[in-house]
Design a protein. Sequence first.
Length: 669
Amino acid sequence: MSRPLIKLQDLSVRIGYGDKAIRPVDGVSFEINRGETFALLGESGCGKSMTALSILRLLPQPAGRITGGHVYLDGEDLTALPELEMRQVRGRRVAMIFQEPMTSLNPVLTIGDQIGETLRQHQQLKGQAARERVLELLDAVGIPDVQRRYVEYPHQLSGGMKQRIMIAIALAGEPDLLIADEPTTALDVTIQAQVLELLQKIQQETHMAIMLITHDLGIVAGMADRVAVMYAGQLVEEASRNRFFAEARHPYSQRLFESLPDVGKRDHALRTIPGFVPALDHDFAGCRFAQRCDQAWDYCHSHVPSWSIETDHHHHVRCHLADENVIAPPVSEARETALRHAAAGQHNGEALLDVNDLKVHFPIHKGVFKHVVGHVYAVDGISLSIPRGRTLALVGESGCGKTTAGMGILQLLRPSAGSVRFDGTELTGLKGERLRRRRSDFQFIFQDPYSSMNPRMRVGDIVEEGMIAQRITKTRQERRQRVEKLFAQVGLSPDHVHRYPHEFSGGQRQRICIARALAVDPRLVVCDEPTSALDVSVQAQILNLLKQLQNELGLSYLFITHNLSVVAYLADRVAVMYLGRIVEEGPVAEVLERPLHPYTRALISAIPQVEPDSRREIIRLEGDMPSPANPPSGCHFHPRCPSAMPECREHYPGETGSTEHRVRCFLHR
């Protein structure tokens, strides 16, 4: 049997000193073979990224250190190498794609210089030879117009392009192992599909191994050969991809599957994992997952589970339920049952929000006198309607105008034209005090909860701020009582009101932002990608909360997202947006099952499937979305459309279809 490319043997890591030291990696062992894709799954805080950084010995300094175990690369112990020799390993033999490309790229160096840096260090290429190799790499990762991109800076590229540049830098050293840490987090499904396909293509050509760190089960199903699940610094399950998806054995793995949203769970609350990943600064008396496990019994809290192995399937599980030497009590019914949601109140279909031909154009100024020489057509004539107590999802790639549309509807940006009627009142004509008085009726939940809160204010004061501005309650005591009630309503402890934003997890911060929105008794809430960067377990908690609040309070939602699985679970209707215009709208089930527009079909085809070896064909969209400052003539989608006809290049299609399911495409006249 051939030797594995990379082997971790009982690896342990500490960060910090004394009682405050944490152990994000605690006795981790696994192997990765050449040409293999090994996926590492788990929630944020489980130790996945720290495991990857340990392989490269890039731990936080001076407090981070490997305290036990070994990392073997082709039989050579990396933990014993001097730092000078380790520098030859990083980038050359083991390369890493970091989770956030913008913070990993140097903002003051051109793309060519940053890729060339790796070539000089590991391939000894300089001058024209280095330039030609950089252009080859840019072309290999699918960057258009490579000569122009060579001299551009990171801020001039889209998110998908930045991620491709990170891949090009990683590939420049021709590594044996590529570590991809959440390589598609927050990317549109179309860009995500392109990035994953690119990694698979390069792997086939070079036979390199890939260590894929993710919390997306759909990506794992399509990419991985073997899967390992990590929890609180330890591996709790490892198996082949097919075996894992056919029969996940650990309760934690099972809960991750149950947390996934889909259309079949629309009438039920999603199964969630209560609580959070425990702190890693102390010794554990028993199973680390026991506090959150609905199958745990007293033995789990007092005895550490062993690493059980099913030899027939090479399936490893760290759980007492899988240990033949431990006798478990009779399995009782699950402590949590999926609660069936009733229809959200009694609704007669009357529209709470009516938007007609809304436009938001931004002028482009040039010259000394700042003359207007053009416009950015961010939102270019959209119409939509949301009934009371219902949810409309607005989907599309980044840059299509979704967030701008939401801000224009709520008058956070002044529309250039069009009508926005809220409960019969025209909002576009309101100004000053009249508009301020109506703001309590509609609220905005922003994509990044941390950056939308003042880090110097306690979260109780942040939630209370809106009540003061809108004069919701008269006395401070009444406001405080209402804040504590809101915290309980969104699943937080009233004692949390005195903490600051940095003291909370991502899911808790999003709950605080929801409480802030509810503080002024709104009837419409615009949710801008509220779950885009959350683990699937935390995402399930937020989606359950939004559904519960809608059921209890009769809220209407405009839900902005690019996650069509979330749309399938949460929304009643969906509108698909491309380059400032809505190209298709209809009931969720009908649009997802029978999409009419080629763009909608491409978005749906790019959704990662949880079923391994899914045969569904992914529709590839060529190039990137055109600039909204210079949209193509005719149908805006025709430069990327696989079904484009001559008339598509000359005329923008009118709206066709039924009143329930509408589309703008010449294929459906």
